[in-house]
Design a binder for this molecule. Sequence first.
Ligand SMILES: Nc1ncnc2c1ncn2[C@@H]1O[C@H](COP(=O)(O)OP(=O)(O)OP(=O)(O)O)[C@@H](O)[C@H]1O
Length: 253
Amino acid sequence: MKDLIEIHNLTKVYRSFKGAREVTALDGISLSVQKGEFIGVMGPSGSGKTTLLNILSGVDTPTGGSIHIEGRNIAEMKKDELALFRRKRTGYIFQDFNLLDSLTLKENIALPLILDRKPPGQIEQRVEELMQFFGIAELADKFQYHVSGGQRQRVAAARALAPDPAVCFADEPTGNLDSKSSAGVMDMLTQMNEQKDCTILMVTHDAFAASYCKRIIFIQDGQIAAQIQRAGDRKVFFDKILEVQSVLGGDSR
Ligand SMILES: Nc1ncnc2c1ncn2[C@@H]1O[C@H](COP(=O)(O)OP(=O)(O)OP(=O)(O)O)[C@@H](O)[C@H]1O
């Protein structure tokens, strides 16, 4: 089977600015992701996780290397082409939800489909289906400040999934949540992965959240330092993650 995402020798150098030194944030990352995977990216603060996510999601551009998603090299796309690709083929779940205050929750979920000029009937049907799937149908006409953090993250996940993207990127999706809500959000991401066949790549500091993934990539100094694959029980995988973090040392959060 062909890989969904193929990253080859990816580098990112932040050029010196006003006397600051040059920083090599990514130093030759190569990685293949297959359709249906649920991958966690972990590593110490400053190791390059956000840089990697920003480049994969088309927010930032690499200095070198290639990133093929569904066979297309996003590193070579023109600005407009990349914007369209991002909107149609990728979803994004943020730590702070990024929902719009002035729209109802239902309208927030519909937004990518409206921007894509889908027919109203099709939008209605898709939003309804996603709200049922995420158990938030009764919140349709509320605004984000009326609901809990866990519910906001469900809305954000529904919005990410709305265009039926090839891959969903999640940036510390449990970062602003208490432990109970975190478990709920991780169950939700697992359902997205297993029942909607959504490929997920998630950056997290949290070993508990990471233990829901099927594979973890550990980044250190802009390079892949280790990879582990889940085989069976989540609790066993959680212990394995802590073990790798302690072996790699440094700021393991
Ligand atoms: N815009 C920028 N300009 C210059 N250097 C940057 C920029 N963004 C990130 N860096 C540097 O690149 C390196 C990697 O940063 P990055 O934010 O990707 O790490 P991270 O693993 O996501 O960290 P954290 O866990 O703290 O969010 C760090 O040394 C950081 O200081």
